[in-house]
Design a protein around this ligand. Structure first.
Ligand SMILES: C[S@@+](CC[C@H](N)C(=O)[O-])C[C@H]1O[C@@H](n2cnc3c(N)ncnc32)[C@H](O)[C@@H]1O
Length: 254
């Protein structure tokens, strides 16, 4: 019974995540299909908007980073069942994004505007490809595990949790963090850049760079020299850029 509840919770968390992800695309793209976006919503004085928006980005980053760390997971899985840990994380991250959508105050000053139809179409194509890269990367790394469904399903079937596996499928052969590369592209590629959009893109980019540092520490702790070698050979967000010399000794070729 408890495992059925856990599976139900995982499905609800996944549904909330998916709806939030779709809304995020419309929010960042300022698409007229949703009521509030990065450039449309309740007005506020510039200083208030800046403070509120920075606070919302910081809250999102704090929740994401704190809950993703191994130390937090060890403590947290003493309170919630291990198979539900990822779903709780996914739900909490989605709720932080919903809070951001709700609290965001537009800062409408235009910083750049591309009116040339070909230029604008190119930027929209980049925007769409960024989101496509994000979604595809989740499937490459293991979509259903990343969003907590696999853990709940395995618990329901009485199967042991899958051990973490080091993967280098497709995009991961060219960059170590394609999911974040996709977000970078999606956040920055716009024909109409406002002050608010720039704040969002810059804040999220800064957070992603910090998140990568922390994630790589964990990945090295789990995968050791394999990940060190990968880091020395493969770029971080763009091919060939951001390779880091290994700190663990690399075994000589046999
Ligand atoms: C939100 S995903 C982001 C993955 C990666 N940072 C990216 O941008 O594509 C985070 C999870 O992916 C896992 N991960 C990242 N790179 C990996 C790899 N090469 N093989 C296996 N797991 C990986 C991390 O341990 C973490 O649980």
């Amino acid at each position: 019974m408890a495992r059925m509840v856990q599976m139900g919770f995982a499905l609800v968390a996944y549904a909330v995540f998916f709806a939030t992800f779709l809304y995020l695309i419309a929010f960042v793209g300022d698409l007229p299909i949703v009521p509030v976006t990065i450039d449309r919503g309740p007005e506020a004085a510039p200083a208030t908007a800046l403070a509120v928006n920075l606070g919302l980005i910081a809250l999102f980053g704090l929740q994401h980073s704190a809950m993703a760390r191994q130390g937090f997971k060890r403590w947290w899985t003493g309170i919630v069942p291990p198979a539900a840990e990822r779903s709780v994380y996914v739900l909490a991250a989605s709720l932080m994004l919903i809070l951001l959508f709700w609290g965001w105050r537009p800062m409408p000053t235009t910083l750049w505007q591309v009116d040339n139809p070909a230029g604008a179409a190119l930027l929209w194509a980049l925007f769409a490809s960024g989101w496509g890269i994000v979604l595809l990367s989740t499937f490459l790394i293991n979509h259903f595990e990343l969003f907590g469904l696999q853990q709940a399903w395995f618990a329901l079937r009485d199967r042991a949790a899958a051990a973490p596996q080091f993967r280098q499928p497709f995009f991961y052969r060219f960059v170590r963090h394609p999911l974040y590369s996709g977000f970078f592209i999606a956040f920055w590629a716009t024909p109409h850049m406002t002050a608010g959009h720039l704040l969002f893109a810059a804040g999220m980019s800064a957070w992603m760079l910090l998140a990568i540092r922390a994630e790589e520490k964990d990945l090295i702790a789990v995968f050791g020299r394999d990940y060190e070698e990968y880091r020395a050979q493969v770029g971080m967000l763009a091919p060939g850029i951001g390779r880091t010399a290994a700190t663990l000794p690399i075994a000589p070729a046999e």
